[in-house]
Design a protein around this ligand. Structure first.
Ligand code: ADP
Ligand code: MG
Length: 581
């Protein structure tokens, strides 16, 4: 419903649109615009089915450029709720107010009002009570409205959007066509400050937008927004192709953030296949997908300062005032008043110790120290919990031969060679400890340099909802703006610069509610995030400590995701290889 009303406002040629809602959109929702408005007689007509002003000639259906054209939205909304429509056509001396409830016109009166339209919906489904039960929880409903608002605002950067929930602005875009500023308004300044521009053109059409740099990614497609000719859409293959173009740069299973605008010949786009017109079909799909693939590929490889993995967490201090003063938004530099990555991090401080090429460096022995601090000495192994095949064979005395490719630790035993994947093994150790942690809540590390993050409205809502739970996981968050937080502390387990990314991932998981499955995913995520990386050089003591812990861990033959952690080459196999058997 929010979508229908905002789309009507867009179709009316507005340059400003304001959405306001309360109670997850069920209690009340209104959309105000400064568009063309309606003449008094049209205002009543608009509530009748198939009343649309948008199809005037035959052939129009072929190249429809407005968002709605079925003339059903207002009629259906008026049938299940109480709607007040206030509208004034541009140039008219006065406007009209029409009240409709349960499909009946209750009132119609002249009124003074600014040019444009306001549609106010109250008591949705008031006359069809059971429907209410189908509505999701209020928090989920609120997030859904916010997501729709964000999708439409990102598709139309030329329109200034303001979103209010319970009287408070949750998101806002400046209009004027500045897409990066719209990204900042919807996905948050922290994200906008890192996005890389995407541009491309072929005879089939044009693409522009933004993609996240390699170090920034999410577990789901939540923050991927596509639009075609100003229409917000979802398109499975488009998302898949865009991801493919990023594939070698992202960890497996991770998804880039995307805001992409395609401009195509409308005749080649079929928007009629989906009732909410959210899915579309392309006539020249392959060519369009090739354009997308190529443009993203180039965006990620364009020479330049290069994506800084720490940028997300290195966002410097900024003030609300600076935010309000749009002057700080500079699309030319791609930075939104975001301070340089180095600012705010002290040499020698916690940040420095953990920094360096974040993906490789293992802080010397630091992970071990954090584990030691976190847990009392692990319980002695009880053979029962171990995977029998490996654990039964695994001798207690193993000699560490060395590390191969900074990734595999090679061990020698009486009956063969054991090759251990250091990351998988460490992940398993951490996972088992987390799931059985005697220590709750998880200990937190205070961050020497607190980091601010400007979140998307939905994310901020989840933080509010789960603040206590997040606290139990070691996150200390301080609210400094409607949706801006300082991260003051985070789980001891996790490297400082990985804290925000972990938090954002946890929020995406929590969106599904707090189920045991989600809880388990959280353990896996935290286990993975703090684990020693493949490619990290380990010295002998570090290898010895890791192997010692791993030998005492249940289910040690795989990582928590089920990939193998150890590979054995038996003396029999060796004998065979050497032609001795
Ligand atoms: P559709 O958008 O498919 O035409 P709707 O039921 O959404 O059908 O709206 C019916 C008609 O009401 C529209 O065709 C349009 O003429 C008019 N209308 C609705 N909302 C607005 C608005 N915000 N500003 C101007 N006209 C509007
Ligand atoms: Mg409509």
């Amino acid at each position: 419903m929010a979508k229908e009303l905002i789309e009507n406002a867009i179709d009316a040629g507005s340059s400003r649109i304001e959405l306001e809602f309360a109670g997850g959109g069920v209690t009340s929702l209104s959309v105000r615009d400064n568009g063309c408005g309606m003449a008094p007689e049209d205002a009543v007509l608009a509530f009748t089915r198939h009343a649309t002003s948008k199809i005037s000639q035959a052939g129009d259906l072929e190249r429809i450029s407005t968002l709605g054209f079925r003339g059903e939205a207002l009629a259906s909304i008026g049938a299940v709720s109480r709607v007040t429509l206030t509208t004034c056509a541009a140039g008219a001396a006065e406007g009209v107010r029409v009240v409709v409830a349960g499909g009946q016109v209750l009132r119609r009166e002249r009124t003074g009002c600014p040019p444009g339209t306001r549609v106010q919906v109250e008591d949705l489904f008031y006359n069809v009570m059971p429907r209410r039960e189908f509505l999701k929880s209020q928090a989920a409903e609120t997030r859904a409205v916010m997501e729709i608002f964000g999708g439409l605002a990102l598709a139309r950067p030329e329109i200034a959007f303001t979103g209010l929930r319970d009287g408070q602005i949750f998101a806002q875009t400046p209009g004027g066509g500045d897409l990066l500023a719209a990204v900042a308004g919807i996905l948050g300044r922290s994200v906008a400050g890192q996005m890389l521009p995407v541009e491309g053109e072929t005879r089939i059409g044009r693409i522009r937008g933004y993609v996240s740099p390699p170090g920034v990614h999410r577990p789901t497609r939540k923050q991927q927004y596509f639009s075609i000719n100003g229409r917000w859409i979802r398109h499975y293959r488009l998302a898949a192709v865009a991801e493919e173009a990023c594939a070698t740069l992202l960890p497996a299973g991770r998804r880039p953030l995307l805001v992409l605008h395609l401009v195509l010949d409308p005749a080649g786009v079929d928007v009629n296949i989906h009732p909410a017109k959210l899915e579309v079909r392309f006539r020249q799909e392959e060519e369009i997908l090739a354009l997308v693939r190529q443009a993203i590929h180039e965006a990620l490889r364009r020479p330049g300062p290069g994506p800084d993995l720490l940028k997300e967490t290195g966002v410097g201090p900024w003030s609300q005032q600076a935010d309000a003063a749009r002057g700080t938004v500079g699309p030319a530099t791609g930075k939104l008043g975001v301070a340089s990555a180095s600012q705010g991090r002290e040499p020698g401080g916690v940040g420095a110790r953990w920094s360096g090429p974040a993906s490789q460096a293992l802080p010397p022995a630091a992970w071990q120290r954090s584990l030691d601090l976190l847990y009392a000495p692990g319980p002695e192994p009880e053979g029962g919990g171990m995977v029998p095949e490996i654990s039964a064979q695994l001798p207690l005395e193993l000699e560490i031969l060395g590390q191969v490719a900074g990734t595999y630790i090679v061990l020698a035993g009486e009956r063969g060679l054991w090759i251990v994947d250091q990351h998988a093994a460490h992940e398993r150790i951490r996972y088992e400890r987390l799931t059985r942690a005697e220590v709750r809540p998880w200990p937190s590390q205070e961050l020497a340099v607190a980091r601010p993050l400007d979140l998307a409205a939905e994310q901020a809502l989840l933080v509010e909802q789960y603040l206590e739970l997040l606290g139990g996981w070691g996150f200390r968050l301080e609210k400094v703006g409607p949706r801006t937080y300082w991260l003051r502390g985070q789980p001891l387990e996790v490297a400082p610069e990985a804290g925000w990314q972990l938090l954002l991932d946890l929020l995406e998981l929590l969106e599904q509610g707090r189920t045991p499955a989600v809880q388990d995913e959280v353990y896996k995520l935290v286990a993975c995030r703090g684990a020693v990386k493949a490619g990290a050089r380990l010295n002998r003591e570090e290898m010895a400590a890791l192997i010692r812990d791993w030998q005492r861990t249940p289910a040690l033959s795989t990582c928590p995701h089920g990939r193998p952690a150890v590979y054995k080459i038996s003396v029999e196999e060796l004998a065979k290889k050497f032609g001795r058997s």
